[in-house]
Write a protein that binds this ligand. Sequence first.
Ligand code: C2E
Ligand code: CA
Ligand code: CA
Length: 560
Amino acid sequence: MGTNIDNFEKYIGVFEILSKCTDDYLFILDFIEDHYNITKRATEIFNFEQNDFYNALSIIGESVYPDDREMLNNNIQDIIDGKSNEHDLEYRWINKSGNPVWISCRGQVVRDLDGRARYLIGRISELGRKNKIDNITGLYREVRLRQDILKMDRASAKKGFLLLIGIDNFKDINERYNKEVGNSTLQVLAQCITEAVGESASVYRMSGDEIMVFCKGLDSILSDPAKEMYKKIRSVVDKKINEKGYRLFYTISGGSVYFTEEDNTGIQYIEKAEFALRLAKIRGKNMCVCYEKLDYSEYVNKLKMQEALRKAVENNFEGFELYYQPIVNMEKACIHGAEALLRWKNGKFGMVSPGIFIPLLEDSGLIIPVGRWVIEDAMRQCLEWQKICPGFRVNINISFVQIKKSNVISDIDLCMEKFGFDSKNVLFEITESGELETGYSTQNILESFHRRSLNLAIDDFGTGYSNLRYIKEMMFNLVKIDQAFIRGIRDSQYDYMVVKQFTELAHSLNLKVCYEGVETEEDFKCVRELEPDYIQGYYFSRPVTSAEFEEKYLGKENVF
Ligand code: C2E
Ligand code: CA
Ligand code: CA
């Protein structure tokens, strides 16, 4: 039997007071009058016009998510029929925007002296709200941060910041160890941040490995307090790692944003902090970057360009074209072939430099389809030119992304088969980069180029990541010395000596050498003495369209 009361009125006053003390919604359902009274705040979230209404069961029924109505009705019927005094359900209500919201509803049945159900009195809590705390770190979750930012008043807004902290290479920790280690790393980081921040700010767990610090009401932001905070956190983290004897070493990056007057939608700050953190990671990790409008617009512009590139690729490689730059064979003093260089022209962005669009293609993985297109188009063109100039060769650039993330060898095989192309007439240029360095797979792929007698060149040799191992292991046929050395050769004894020594070293290993970036006659005279096998540069020709190449250079004797 439910609680029996005969004098109910005195409880109404208590109800009003209690409503103000909790995040939950309190309610009284009067079965006899079919009347409902609920905390006023509920009318802001759910579809009730008033917080106090008759025709209660039918109106409540309407507000319940359709799938859950039957369950609720059955429970109410059992209470009315005297079969149950239990009301403890989790189900969904529909909010003002029409979306379901999970609630937990618990109530006590109050019966009159005849045992008839008179009232159901209880509380309703939004489960989402209750879960404002993250289970792993014990920190508030992002929902709470969003509420807190919205609550922030304009005055304190001007002197505060968000600082988003992320663990560098967190994925590696998860992969190398396991999820538990990942989680406990996060827990420790959360403790470190809470310790470093103290009372001065609030801390929230964001998605993945990211933790947000929200600081407001500062006296001044002139001294970049966000950066100071980052440094403090870092030193606490370092200390902790040190104590643990470096068993699990990691670094952290930070992205900060100050609240400024011009921005008035608070939530955007979260995105800005996320953006700043991403920049910190791109710029090398283990650092804190502060949000700057200019960086952001550059980034947005890049995204737009990336989108345009995607559309161009989908649109049958619209706007992409291969230009060709002659490569001069020094021994025979003739054009030996050409390097295919990709160009992209777009209605909105105009002619975009490969230095800009190639990295965008690489970042988005679009370089894989585009690279395939390049291989096919260059081979097709080369075959056509071989009819006029037998033995004509083409050099094709291959990105490390193609090597690491696609089966570039099979793309090449397919193309050669399709055209009946002879492998000795093509050479693939691969730029030396740190990206190539890591992992077995690269080594394997380079070896399979070698096994198939596909000619390979190291492009931009000398630009920082040069790995003599590759040269030693003879996986390459040609070394293309980077333009920077050639540019410096006439003025810098050092550059001259480097080029000379590398050329001799390469020759002694039976490798061919190509100099790029030979621009002037003086350049040419100077480098000629060093006896490179091939030369490429504006001195002979800039990269030109295939039509121009055909007209000016193809099959022409003594063009230089
Ligand atoms: P890269 O492979 O080192 O190509 C040589 C670059 O030097 C070309 O720039 C060429 O126009 C330029 N160049 C040639 N001679 C001279 C000279 O005498 N002086 C100067 N200052 N520059 C000269 P471009 O065409 O702008 O290409 C830039 C880079 O974009 C290429 O550098 C290459 O890394 C990449 N790239 C171009 N086409 C492709 C492609 O089809 N696939 C891939 N993955 N990358 C490509
Ligand atoms: Ca190249
Ligand atoms: Ca190069």
